[in-house]
Design a protein around this ligand. Structure first.
Ligand code: ADP
Ligand code: MG
Length: 498
């Protein structure tokens, strides 16, 4: 584990550094809500997925959804975190038109999951650790619809009561890139675990980004002592829902704070919004403290007590997680850290690779999957699960290269035809006559002809062996690129006497 790399920002009065801590809201993958049996899922007609509990009808009582609890435990285990055998639900009181209860059921003092950690890879392949402070379960609110009528705001309660996991990090990220890389890794882990679908466009995974700035050296003092007084005052940017916006919001916000501080001002702790069109953050409200919410234990719910045997059962059912899979891909298949990292980025891509790599040259398979296939899928807006080329076809293509039936260059052509649906690699090679010319006699005849017709070039090769490349090119041209390159070199060398 390496330390975080600090990116300094040059101000008028000297260098600054940023400090970032994230609160990620992840919608729990569950068919029903956290405290009611109403269905969860986008796309339904407004107010059709609302139980009496979600509508906060008087006298209705919440009943905890076991599945949502299991998902939170599973996530905690995936984050190598402390699972708290006893946790508690609190009421967080505030008024919102789309919050009929007048409070959100959340977990404040006793969350279900305690401290954990996430290993995050940077683009350059180095890695750092983000400490997780806690994960708690809470309800989502409904949604106010402002665009349905010129005079009225409507409320859709379909989302009301949906289970969220709030995952709170320590302030361990030091650049916008690190923050985005953290959310990316967290998302991958949740999707592997099957505890959140990770769909950021739908808002099923979104981040509140806390940003502060300080002078060099201050953060190290904070890490030594744990005392927040060494850090600058933070602002929290709410609900940022793409990797790009996370980075833009952080860059903008850090600069805004530096300007204020350099002008002799001070930062007000506040909640801000990121305007994705203007690319700037603006104030939403001054930061309320916990006591403003009048948190108190929800009297309708008993403390949540987990059976240790059940936690063990969940632990035993965890899938192979991204870090373990990456390490295995490197050792089992001899892949580079980079290739292994790209392949494990999505479970489906990793599965595809493994299906194609069976008994084949795994590095070659990895190249096809991460380059040619990935490019085609991206251009077509397709998931790898919808790839028109199945893993077995990539395996067959690689076998043809391994066996010397086609060259890597011809394989590109075959791949394009596979993508176009012209059939299996073998069938395409057959139909298009793309077999490599490995017939010694045929190649010898071509080479002898070339040497006889170009005595000057042949003499040049004797002086300068690299000049052999010209002959290689000519043979390729004469065979339509189908000559076996190894064989050409061998034959040329013996014929030219080099
Ligand atoms: P709240 O629930 O009021 O938002 P928390 O204490 O739970 O407050 O902290 C929220 C987030 O803010 C955490 O991710 C934490 O790491 C981060 N954070 C706290 N102080 C700072 C700071 N000075 N700079 C950047 N991030 C911070
Ligand atoms: Mg917060």
């Amino acid at each position: 584990m390496t330390e975080t790399t600090v990116k300094q920002i040059q101000g008028r009065t000297g260098p600054w550094e940023m400090v970032l801590g994230l609160e990620v809201h992840a919608q729990v993958a569950s068919n029903a809500k956290l405290f009611s049996g109403a269905a969860v899922g986008a796309g339904a007609e407004p107010n059709t997925q609302v139980s009496l509990v979600d509508a906060a009808m008087p006298g209705m009582l919440p009943v905890i959804n076991r599945r949502c609890v299991e998902q939170a435990v599973r996530t905690g285990l995936g984050l190598k975190a402390q699972i708290n055998a006893r946790s508690r639900f609190d009421r967080k009181n505030y008024f919102y038109p789309d919050l009929p209860q007048g409070y959100q059921i959340s977990q404040f003092k006793e969350p279900i999951v305690g401290e954990g950690e996430v290993l995050v890879e940077r683009d350059d392949g180095s890695a750092f650790t983000v400490r997780i402070e806690r994960l708690h379960l809470e309800q989502d609110a409904g949604k106010s619809l402002h665009d349905q009528d010129p005079d009225y705001t409507y409320v859709d309660l379909n989302r009301s009561g949906t289970a969220l996991m709030e995952i709170v990090s320590r302030p361990d990220m030091r650049s916008a890139e690190e923050a985005a890389a953290y959310v990316k890794k967290l998302r991958t882990i949740l999707v592997y675990l099957g505890t959140c679908d990770g769909d950021m466009e739908k808002g099923n995974l979104r981040a509140d980004v806390n940003v502060s700035v300080c002078r060099p050296g201050a953060y190290e003092k904070f890490r030594e002592t744990g005392d927040f007084k060494h850090l600058g005052t933070r602002c929290e940017i709410k609900n940022v829902n793409s990797f790009r916006f996370i980075q833009q919001a952080i860059e903008y916000e850090a600069r805004r704070q530096i300007e204020i501080l350099e002008d002799g001002g001070s930062i007000d702790q506040e909640t801000r919004l990121f305007d994705t069109v203007k690319g700037e953050t603006r104030s939403m409200r001054s930061k309320e403290d916990a006591h403003d919410y009048r948190y108190f234990p929800d009297p309708d719910l008993l403390p949540l007590v987990l059976d240790p045997a059940w936690i063990k059962e969940i632990e035993a059912s965890l899938p192979e997680l991204p870090d373990a899979k990456k390490a295995r891909f490197q050792s089992q298949y001899g892949l580079s850290a980079y290739d292994a990292g790209v392949l494990i980025g999505e479970q489906a891509r990793a599965d595809y690779f493994e299906a194609a790599a069976k008994g084949r040259d795994a590095k070659l398979v990895a190249n096809w999957v991460t380059n040619d296939l990935a490019a085609r899928l991206t251009a077509g807006g397709l998931d790898i699960d919808d790839s028109p080329i199945p893993p077995a076809a990539v395996a067959e293509l690689v076998r043809l290269i391994e066996d010397g039936v086609i060259s890597s260059k011809i394989a590109k052509d075959v791949f394009e035809r596979m993508w176009a649906g012209e059939g299996s690699p073998e069938a395409i090679v057959e139909a298009q006559g793309l077999k490599q010319v490995s017939d010694t006699g045929a190649l010898e005849a071509i080479i002898d002809g070339l040497i006889a017709a170009n005595p000057d070039q042949a003499a040049a090769v004797k002086e300068k062996p690299q000049a052999i490349g010209w002959f290689v090119g000519q043979v390729m041209k004469a065979t339509g690129g189908k000559a076996n390159p190894g064989m050409i070199n061998q034959l040329l060398k013996s014929r030219l006497g080099v």
